[in-house]
Design a protein around this ligand. Sequence first.
Ligand SMILES: N[C@@H](CCC(=O)N[C@@H](CS)C(=O)NCC(=O)O)C(=O)O
Length: 205
Amino acid sequence: MATQKPIQLYDSAASPNCQRVKVVLAEKRLPFEAIPVDLKQKEQKKPDFLKLNPYGKVPVIIDGATVLYESLIINEYLEEKYPDPPLMPREPARRAKIRILIDYGMNHLDLPYQKIRLESMKDKQERNQETIEGAKRELRNLLRRLDGEIGDQPYLAGDFSLLDAALIPRFLRMEGMGVLPDASLPGLGKWLQRMKDRPSVRAIM
Ligand SMILES: N[C@@H](CCC(=O)N[C@@H](CS)C(=O)NCC(=O)O)C(=O)O
């Protein structure tokens, strides 16, 4: 019987979008072959790569005859195709809630998050510290909702789920930016520490 090749992941080590897929692959103990894509050399815009992902971005996975891009969609696919261990609850309402929180963490936090990122990338003399501090305050205000969601639970939706995997790359960066840990967000501080103890997260750090 022919054995199926391991999943191939077109990857860039520093990419948060690739990292969230690698967390799910590791949690599900799925062997994969990482194919590095040099983003600086624009390998992602070459015709052969565009055949895999017309958006010209990583990650892309190849699983047998299936070629997929968009990290959140890849993770949903991995959950459906390889349901053990489950990273989504069984109840439709709880699954829907997780998707709402993924959307919140990815899209609703995006404006202040990107503001800090872009401002911090500037040369020191051009950087506007007030813009950065204002965006940090804005971001912490938005994070209160997630801090309220986690409460005393170990993970954002109770058990470890696709929600934690989706958000951890961004939260590791927020820690690097000095947004977290913060006394006003105690639940998220504890969660971040717990996440960093997981082998799947240690592997992307
Ligand atoms: N929505 C996409 C975003 C993918 C994305 O922006 N990937 C970045 C790396 S983190 C990339 O490939 N950037 C290179 C480019 O845009 O040319 C996803 O979730 O997979």
